[in-house]
Design a protein around this ligand. Structure first.
Ligand code: 4NP
Length: 174
């Protein structure tokens, strides 16, 4: 318990410090179907922006399906990320698990199938509230079967990540 009377720090300062602490230690999870194309890009872009803006956030990614567990991201995602100055080659695919609801503050999914799959695993309302589409009003389409979709998908993901930072920090500088 903080003793507000004898403490030399003003309660408002305590409150601001607490909010800053919460914001600094935020944990974000990016979700797609395979965790080899879209969500590795989303992890890479969000971690890159967080580092660049000294937000101190931890970012991870998973798939709702387990076909590629243990694998590196798709080489086309690695390439498009590298073209934008981001290295995602050391990421390792893993499958979404119910414990992720406890381990992350925000869970961002790429499309409505992901949204449905993740929400179906939510143990309670508080967990379900953590889950949102990365882009509020549109999906990030699966580029797996179209080599030409990786660049537009990267750009959509970057737009979504910048929106998330604006929304969570209240900063309007991107
Ligand atoms: P992602 O794309 O969900 O963006 O990683 C996919 C990659 C692989 C498969 C599905 C989606 N797959 O079925 O193998």
């Amino acid at each position: 318990m903080v003793d507000w009377v004898s403490s030399s720090i003003h309660p408002t300062t305590h409150l601001i410090n607490s909010i800053n602490h919460l914001l600094k230690n935020m944990k974000l999870l990016m979700v797609c179907l395979g965790n080899i194309c879209r969500s590795p890009l989303a992890e890479g872009v969000m971690q890159h922006l967080s580092n660049e803006q000294h937000l101190g956030w931890t970012v991870d990614s998973v798939g709702t399906g387990g076909w590629h567990v243990g694998e590196a991201p798709d080489r086309r995602s690695i390439r498009v990320a590298r073209e934008h100055g981001i290295d995602i080659s050391r990421q390792v695919c893993r499958k979404f698990s119910q414990s992720d609801f406890n381990n992350f503050d925000h869970i961002f999914v790429m499309d409505n199938y992901n949204l449905q799959d993740v929400l179906a695993m939510a143990p309670d309302g508080q967990s379900a509230e953590k889950v949102k589409l990365l882009l509020v009003d549109k999906e990030v389409p699966d580029p797996y079967y179209d080599n030409n979709q990786f660049e537009p998908v990267f750009e959509l993901i970057e737009e979504g990540c910048k929106d998330v930072i604006r929304n969570l920090t209240g900063l309007h500088k991107n």
